[in-house]
Design a protein around this ligand. Structure first.
Ligand code: 5GP
Ligand code: MN
Length: 339
């Protein structure tokens, strides 16, 4: 995004517009934080703004300021379609290819609104008139801060905006510990706290709301953990029956994959979760150092993401998916042992 783009966007936002903001399907903390952060900012500019998520999201995100205004495309399709059709501008946040919005793909594709992408994933598609894409950024929330800064409006950041943006930076950086966390990230976080983000409260709201069943599910996942020492890899499986046994709720498996990566010497971790409703195995991959799980997922698991965090899926059974994972590992042994 160059100076000319910023000037054009400033001009575009100088009078009242109908704006829709969309994150990816199964939105996470960064997706909800960035869309609501931008929502509060644009509302202050007197625009008509709606956040539309493709589907529902975990309960631990449902306290974020503005949460009650969010529309869900899968259950409120007609009202969402009408808003998208009438929109002057559509911001797409925390994804860079329409298929990442699931069943919103075609309605977004056919909309004539001006699209603005703000995103930090690899390999952006070319659908937006204005593309702000930067894979070095910790999170889309960090980019929304930069976006507001480029528009010269950081003074407009209030405690609602600060809280939303803090959520996404905190969740996408694993509480400021992943490689994507820079001194700039910390500078921004410091400014967000100054603007009214209550860091302790936000952390408690996101991470300290476990149910007893969720911890039991974690115990189950950890007892299913396997290590493949020659590949410095570890993986976890969860069957649909196991999820049901522990009263699985959306978001309960968030972060579980990281336990594999916490093992001494392990540089690649995976979790395979059976989803019988969708008929797929949902896969999360995480790595340390330069080993790219984005490439691994693109090559073998119909997904992608970042160098150190990617998602994907498999249409094989859980067992066959694990077999496939184990069978492709040797081709990566050299890279994995160089980390
Ligand atoms: P997670 O494992 O938490 O679902 O996703 C890890 C990262 O990869 C996130 O940044 C997420 O947005 C991205 N990601 C997850 N699934 C996919 C996918 O199917 N395709 C692409 N391109 N990125 C994904
Ligand atoms: Mn993100």
């Amino acid at each position: 995004m160059n100076k000319q783009d910023i000037a054009s966007i400033k001009q575009l936002l100088s009078n009242k517009k109908k704006i829709v903001i969309v994150p990816h399907k199964n939105p996470d903390g960064d997706a909800i934080g960035s869309t609501l952060g931008l929502f509060h900012y644009l509302i202050k500019g007197n625009h008509e703004v709606s956040v539309i998520t493709p589907n529902d999201y975990p309960k631990f995100l449902k306290w974020i300021p503005g949460n009650e205004t969010i529309l869900k495309y899968d259950t409120q399709t007609d009202v969402c379609k009408a808003l998208i059709e009438k929109a002057d501008i559509i911001f797409t946040l925390d994804f860079n290819a329409f298929h990442r919005t699931g069943n919103m793909e075609t309605v977004l594709e056919s909309s004539n609104a001006i699209k603005i992408m703000i995103d930090h994933h690899q390999a952006p598609d070319n659908y937006a008139k204005y593309t702000f894409s930067d894979i070095t950024m910790s999170s889309t929330c960090e980019m929304v801060y930069h976006f507001i800064d480029m528009l010269g409006n950081t003074k407009m950041i209030d405690s609602d905006i600060a809280t939303c943006l803090y959520v996404g930076i905190m969740t996408d950086t694993g509480s400021f510990r992943f490689r994507s966390t820079t001194s700039k990230t910390h500078t921004i976080v410091s400014k967000l706290i100054e603007h009214g983000a209550n860091n302790n409260e936000i952390h408690n709201n996101i991470y300290d709301t476990n149910s007893y069943e969720r911890l039991q599910l974690l115990g189950c996942a950890l007892s299913n953990l396997r290590i493949i020492p020659e590949s410095r890899a570890a993986y976890i499986t969860l069957t649909q029956d196991e999820l049901q046994k522990y009263d699985y709720k959306k978001g309960d498996t968030e972060g579980v994959v990281n336990y594999g990566l916490s093992l001494n010497g392990v540089v690649l971790a995976a979790i395979f979760i059976e989803d019988r409703n969708e008929g797929i195995i949902k896969i999360s991959l995480r790595s340390k150092g330069n080993f790219s799980v984005n490439e691994m997922s693109r090559a073998h698991f119909e997904g992608g993401g970042h160098t150190n965090a990617a998602g994907g899926k498999s249409h094989l059974s859980l067992e066959k998916t694990v077999e496939k994972f184990i069978s492709i590992l040797p081709t990566y042994n050299k890279a994995l042992n160089n980390e």
